[in-house]
Ligand binder design. Structure first.
Ligand code: 2BA
Length: 108
């Protein structure tokens, strides 16, 4: 068994979870926050049989889009201790995925 941890954008989460559950994957959804943008994203936990990993990855790929986000985390300093926000574009990936070996899977 494998544990897929997928960090996805909030906008893609409802359709992703619907498609995964339709195909009888067991899913846990966690609210998370990206360290760089400091804005909300979603972390999905999926415990899957090894042979179903490609199917799960395909569903994630089909539901999660890369997007350009405009952020103003950077500031430009001006004379007189004034800082003005400096908008810039960041490309946020469709999904960041980790796949881990599961030693044991127990449901009580
Ligand atoms: P954030 O940390 O909020 O990052 C959002 C996007 O900002 C990233 O998109 C990347 O394009 C950019 N970014 C992140 N750190 C950067 C840096 N130090 N300098 C310049 N640009 C930077 P993604 O790479 O698609 O990541 C989307 C979200 O996935 C991340 O949100 C974070 O929550 C998670 N993530 C990505 N890589 C990770 C990793 N190696 N470990 C844990 N979480 C990760």
């Amino acid at each position: 068994m494998k544990l897929i941890i997928a960090i996805v954008q909030d906008e893609d989460t409802p359709s992703l979870i619907e498609d995964l559950t339709k195909k009888e994957f067991r899913v846990t959804k966690l609210a998370s926050t990206g360290g760089f943008l400091k804005s909300g994203n979603t972390t999905i936990l999926l415990g899957v049989q090894e042979e179903r990993v490609p199917e799960a990855l395909k569903i994630i790929e089909d539901n999660c889009q890369t997007r350009e986000i405009t952020t103003s985390l950077l500031t430009v300093s001006m004379p007189g201790d004034t800082y003005i926000p400096y908008p810039f574009q960041v490309q946020v990936g469709g999904a960041t995925i980790f796949i881990l070996d599961v030693e044991q899977y127990i449901r009580i």
